[in-house]
Ligand binder design. Structure first.
Ligand code: GLU
Length: 521
């Protein structure tokens, strides 16, 4: 323990306490319907799927209730919190489209919005509890606490926590020890007669904790920093948070936090503890299951709307069946009563499906502008759509979009169209299956002759020219079209032939068939 002193207790006669604005005033109680929620990430790492879902629920709940969504940075752990992580979290929040009404960069009436900047407020609140006899200094050393725990164990005492050794210390003695420089922590005094602490959780229902089991827990450490359970409640009370929506790993902290609210004389908010997110193996989602940070999903090309939609469904449902829930619906219909108690399972395949649904739900023009053209630019396939013209781009978008599940697919699908007869890459398997076979040369010859007769190079005319070939050659339609497809596109999975060939252009199509002819038998 360090020797520094977080507090110097002054005698009541000369210490004028600055009261904090955490006691409910009449008008504040009557404003109880004015929803204020917060997302309070610790910048000890990137924003992960679980945190993102908590943020989404808070944001959606605020929006659905015309409330205020606050972003607070819980950076009290100096060894693990970094500014870089804070920036990463802010970037992820922006990418998710979760705009905050109060918090870093936007300010607000209840700031500052980073815990490290609120130290004085925690000190004042702790001082207040101390002055009111609701908190007390404890000088027990680690060794003493350990010895007490062992003794409790030996006498089979079911309670093995803090034995309240310093609870009734004579204040004069405490003052002397503090002045002599003895290190101490500040503990909250859980009222003797408190009885059960009952939490009415919006997700879990009534959860009862035995107050006797609650330690007189530490609210301020000997190094002058507040503990999580204390700082969080001071913040939530001062920021007038009405609903605390967070992961259920914090449920066990809640009775202690209720003790702090009660000691401060602040109203206890409604709690909603949301279930864990599990991987497919039923274990808590972690790195082992693949990408866990929001950034990784952004970089992999997932659409923000689709990602938010999918995460919202991990533990919440609109009506038990709707899967595609656009952001505006989420922001108007989200409710706590439809949050499930059961852990949700993260299913990357379902996320992919939702992502593909969002892509397919776009208009061709939107798909072209927001996904296809940027992807093709990045891949170096186009250097500006001016060269191609809007109609050409739209026609390309119309055939690429249904084949795009992830933005990068647009490049794979469109690449053969951007190739030339010289640069087109032929997929070996496709060549072996559809081209390098007896009789395929004759198909290409016939196709070329038919295509040479096409005067206006449109998808419909190309299809019309190729259509009669199977019958004329007494071959299966699939065989004929496959040969032409491999010849022109280099593979067997390309978009519809007529449309593709129209986009490739007449001369290059014919040149591709010439090149393919050398591979056909
Ligand atoms: N900073 C805490 C966390 O990231 C916040 C918990 C809470 O919402 O109270 O887990």
């Amino acid at each position: 323990m360090s020797g520094s002193m977080p507090f110097v207790r002054r005698s009541h006669c000369c210490f004028i306490l600055v009261r904090l604005d955490i006691h409910p005033a009449i008008e504040e109680i009557s404003m109880a319907s004015d929803v204020r929620v917060r997302f309070a990430p610790s910048p000890t790492g990137k924003l992960h799927i679980g945190g993102a879902r908590t943020a989404i629920y808070n944001w959606a709940f605020a929006r659905a209730n015309g409330g205020t969504f606050i972003l607070r940075i819980d950076d009290t752990d100096p060894t693990r919190s970094t500014d870089e992580n804070t920036q990463i979290i802010l970037r992820a929040m922006r990418w998710l489209g979760l705009d905050w009404d109060e918090g870093p960069e936007v300010g607000g009436d209840f700031g500052p919005y980073a815990q490290t900047e609120r130290l004085d407020l925690y000190k004042q609140a702790a001082q207040q509890l101390w002055d009111e006899g609701k908190a007390y200094p404890c000088f027990c050393t680690k060794e003493q606490l350990e010895a007490d725990r062992k003794a409790a164990q030996e006498r089979k005492d079911p309670f093995q926590g803090y034995q309240r050794r310093c609870r009734d210390l004579d204040p004069e003695e405490a003052r002397r020890r503090i002045e002599a420089g003895e290190p101490y922590v500040l503990r909250i005094k859980v009222p003797e007669d408190r009885g059960d602490v009952v939490i009415h959780d919006a997700v879990h229902g009534e959860v009862t904790f035995d107050a006797k089991e609650l330690d007189d827990f530490v609210i301020f450490r000997s190094d002058g920093t507040p503990t999580y359970n204390f700082a969080t409640v001071v913040d939530d009370a001062m920021m007038k948070i009405t609903h605390v929506i967070r992961g259920d790993d914090h449920l066990s902290n809640t009775p202690r936090q209720v003790m702090v609210y009660e000691a401060l004389g602040a109203p206890v908010p409604t709690f909603a503890h949301i279930s864990m997110i599990l991987g497919a193996d039923g274990k808590k989602l972690s790195k082992r299951h693949g990408a866990t940070s929001v950034e990784e999903y952004r970089d992999a090309g997932y659409l923000s709307d689709a990602f938010v939609n999918y995460l919202a469904l991990l533990g919440w449902s609109l009506d038990g069946e709707t899967t595609i829930i656009p952001r505006d619906v989420l922001a108007s219909k989200f409710s706590l009563d439809r949050i499930s108690k059961n852990p949700a399972t993260f299913d990357p395949k379902k996320l992919d499906w939702v992502n593909a649904e969002y892509i397919n739900g776009m208009s061709d023009a939107q798909f072209a502008d927001e996904i296809m053209v940027p992807e093709l630019h990045e891949a170096g396939l186009i250097e500006g759509n001016v060269e191609y013209g809007e109609d050409w781009i739209d026609a390309l978008a119309a055939i690429v979009k249904p084949r795009t599940k992830m933005p990068a697919d647009a490049v794979t699908v469109a690449a053969p169209i951007f190739a030339t007869a010289e640069t087109l890459e032929y997929d070996e398997k496709s060549v072996n299956k559809g081209l390098a076979k007896e009789g395929m040369g004759a198909i290409l010859d016939a196709a070329k002759a038919a295509l040479e007769g096409v005067t206006e190079w449109t998808a419909a005319n190309i299809d019309a020219a190729l259509e009669p070939l199977p019958e004329q050659m007494d071959l299966k339609k699939r065989v004929v079209f496959q040969a032409v497809r491999v010849a022109v596109c280099g593979n067997m999975v390309s978009p519809p032939l007529g449309e593709t060939m129209a986009l490739v252009g007449r001369d290059d199509c014919l040149a591709r068939i010439d090149r393919a002819r050398t591979m056909a038998l």
